[in-house]
Write a protein that binds this ligand. Sequence first.
Ligand code: FES
Length: 106
Amino acid sequence: MPKIVFIEPNGVQHVVDAAEGRSLMEVAVDNLMPGVGGDCGGCCSCATCHAYVAPEWVDKLPPRQEDEEMMLEGVIDPRPNSRLTCQVQLTAEHDGLVVELPAPWN
Ligand code: FES
């Protein structure tokens, strides 16, 4: 069972267990990670699940597809390591994945 490390903008870290086959968004929402939502249920149409993958993990994940790229154009503070976490399906290879959470919405 991979462990995922979520880091809040203030530096607080949360290490959570993730079942293989779940999406990164589902794991974040299940564990009440601040700043990550899943309003569309994971069908890549809301971008509330936006977060930042640690730079060393960017190339270890499947690349962003066209629909994810389009949705990321509308997020607040997009970065090269931005991902829609609903588009990342977790496997055992993701053990230790580090994800920086975005600033919470108001
Ligand atoms: Fe809506 Fe990811 S949950 S785009």
